[in-house]
Design a binder for this molecule. Structure first.
Ligand code: FAD
Ligand code: NDP
Length: 534
């Protein structure tokens, strides 16, 4: 296969690469891949076979190759089952190597979040003296085109990195024949058998559909489709109340598409619920319409191409018409059709792989990392770190294990919510009310003052144990750039930071982050936690 010069030119634009050099490398890589497939006819031997070329699989494969091991990574992407319903035709969505994060997750999501924030900044800019024209419109197609160009550049970048690290790559679907043999089947049906001393399963998860809701499978999209949607989404219903639902609803509303979120129970289950309420309060203040205590009953296509959704709320049947309905009702692990039954690897009832020791399954040389691992955390850096640490334990004298509890995360809603460690509920359950101290503050970001942006939900809290210097067990930040703020505090938590050390730290003025080190009002005191003055 030869590579399209136009596409490669685009890739170079986005990644500051030398065009001629990259096209030479890719063409040589394509021959190399061809060689590896044909020469692998029969059975090739590997130190490590990785099934799944997403965040975890790629990181693990590259790390293992760095120890001089013979590694092959298999990646195969099934098109989204339904894709987009455009002009009465179904367009199924496909993507390249790199897994969820790169193609249909973190990266396109964060870029669309940024697009939405830029819209707010345009409004605010007037207060800072910019003669910004009113009624600026947004071009969805331009956004999708540029986001997808960047995504494609990352796909190519991954392939170049595999080549550089001497990891063999098969664009093929992997499944177990027995516990040491993996069958790779390419798109054109070519089969290759791979003998493996070790196998890492890193096949991730895909969006769930609501089979019981009539019309949901036929007419609704998921997060696998939204970032490459060819037509503007228009008035949108997002079903679900978690990360994916709230993030997508947030940027859609911010881009100017009237958005509703249908939540059957609570939002952001598993997160600190005080913070979750503030997140949704802020979204409501942006006119996101929350339809509470409801689940869709049916979705019907109307003659004009719009979708009529019916649901029950407080015993009453309700209906509304939307241009797009997006299901964000969770993700199913990709363990079916993997031939795991040929290995004896045990699964949880939810379909995820059970481990007996870190990432090791009940079959000693078969491992699972990333979203597929029961008890893990479904985040890209977690999958990457777990993959790298596993490779180091397998192929060097490292004994370093993955710590899942101290992983920080950010929900990229219009007002970002970043968290590390325990929620207040979990801290209370684990230690009891008498044994924890919660410091908190409502603060106003300086940039909101001139632009007169309401800051009612900008809030932070630090949860400490009431002993010695008060070890910190959780930090929660809600405000602009909370994700950027949290990373350094996550390091501090990793080092076992105490409230005493936090309060001895000198702030950086004037920033939002300085409010974290200045926090002194406890919830127990009942005093007003609103920050005043400079
Ligand atoms: P994946 O990245 O999903 O990779 C699995 C790969 O294996 C896929 O390419 C798949 O097609 C392939 N595969 C499956 N079966 C086979 C087979 N039989 N043979 C060969 N290949 C196979 N996390 C964050 O940290 N920050 C965020 O901001 C964030 N945003 C997100 C936004 C959305 C909309 C979603 C859906 C997720 C987001 N996540 C985020 C979560 C993050 O994307 C995942 O946790 C991460 O990608 C998991 O990595 P993984 O390696 O386990 O699986
Ligand atoms: P979750 O499993 O976290 O949430 C699923 C949501 O769908 C819940 O609100 C659930 O409600 C709701 N739901 C489930 N079934 C139905 C139904 N039949 N009708 C109505 N609602 C339903 O899934 P997500 O897809 O949001 O996220 C998956 C993972 O991806 C996250 O755990 C996270 O780790 C990762 N991710 C990370 C991001 C980041 O780091 N910024 C962003 C996005 C995802 P209920 O609570 O009632 O069950």
């Amino acid at each position: 296969m030869r590579y399209c010069p136009f596409l490669v030119h685009n890739v170079c634009r986005y990644r500051s690469l030398n065009y001629k050099h990259l096209i030479q490398r890719l063409n040589s890589q394509s021959q190399y891949h061809q060689r590896s497939i044909t020469s692998s006819a029969g059975t090739a031997e590997y130190d490590l076979v990785v099934i799944g070329g997403g965040s975890g699989g790629l990181a693990c494969a590259k790390e293992a190759a760095g120890f001089g091991k013979r590694v092959v990574v298999l990646d195969y992407v099934a098109a989204s089952p339904r894709g987009m319903y455009v002009n009465f035709r179904i367009l199924r969505t496909q993507h390249g190597i790199g897994g969820t994060c790169v193609n249909v997750g973190c990266i396109p999501k964060k870029l669309m979040h940024e697009a939405s924030l830029l819209g707010h900044a345009l409004n605010d800019s007037v207060y800072y003296g910019w003669q910004t024209p009113q009624n600026i419109t947004h071009d969805w197609s331009k956004l999708v085109e540029n986001v997808q160009n960047y995504v494609r550049s990352l796909n190519w970048g991954h392939r170049v990195q595999l080549k550089d690290k001497e990891v063999e790559y098969l664009n093929a679907k992997g499944s177990f024949v027995d516990e040491n043999t993996v069958k790779a089947v390419t798109q054109n049906g070519t089969e290759t058998l791979l003998r493996a001393k070790n196998v890492v399963v890193a096949t991730g998860a895909r969006p769930r559909y609501l089979n019981e809701v009539s019309g949901a499978n036929e007419f609704c999209i998921t997060s696998d489709d939204i970032f490459s949607l060819q037509k503007p989404p228009g008035k949108t219903l997002v079903v679900g109340g978690s990360y994916v639902a709230l993030e997508c609803a947030g940027f859609l509303q911010g881009l100017g598409y009237p958005t509703s979120v249908m939540v059957r129970s609570i939002c952001l289950r598993g997160f600190d619920q005080q913070m979750a309420s503030l997140v949704t309060d802020h979204m409501s203040s942006m006119n996101v319409n929350f339809i509470r205590s409801s689940s869709p009953q049916k979705v019907e296509l109307q003659e004009n191409g719009q979708l009529l959704v019916t649901w029950i709320q407080s015993g009453d049947q309700k209906q509304d018409v939307f241009d797009t309905v997006m299901m964000a009702v969770g993700r199913d692990p990709v363990t079916r059709h993997l031939g795991l039954e040929n290995t004896g690897v045990k699964l949880h009832t939810n379909g995820k792989i059970l481990s007996v020791n870190g990432e090791q399954t009940n079959v000693k040389h078969i491992y699972a990392i990333g979203d597929i691992l029961e008890g893990g955390v479904e985040l890209t850096p977690v999958a990457i770190k777990a993959g790298k640490l596993l490779a180091a334990r397998l192929f060097s004298d490292s004994e370093q294990c993955m710590d899942y509890e101290k992983a920080a995360t950010t929900v990229f809603t219009p007002l970002e919510y970043a968290a590390v460690g325990l929620s207040e509920e979990v801290a209370l359950r684990r230690y009891g009310d008498e044994n924890i101290e919660v410091y908190h503050a409502f603060y106003k970001p300086l940039q909101y003052t001139v632009s007169q942006t309401p800051a009612d939900q900008c809030y932070m809290k630090v949860i400490c144990l009431r002993e010695a210097d008060q070890p910190i067990v959780g930090i929660h930040l809600l405000g602009p750039h909370a994700g950027e703020m949290m990373q350094g505090f996550a390091v501090a938590i990793q080092c076992g930071v105490t409230y005493k050390q936090l309060s001895l730290t000198v702030g950086i003025h004037p920033t939002c982050a300085e409010e974290v080190v200045k926090m002194h009002i406890t919830k127990r005191s009942g005093a007003d936690p609103t920050v005043t003055g400079c």
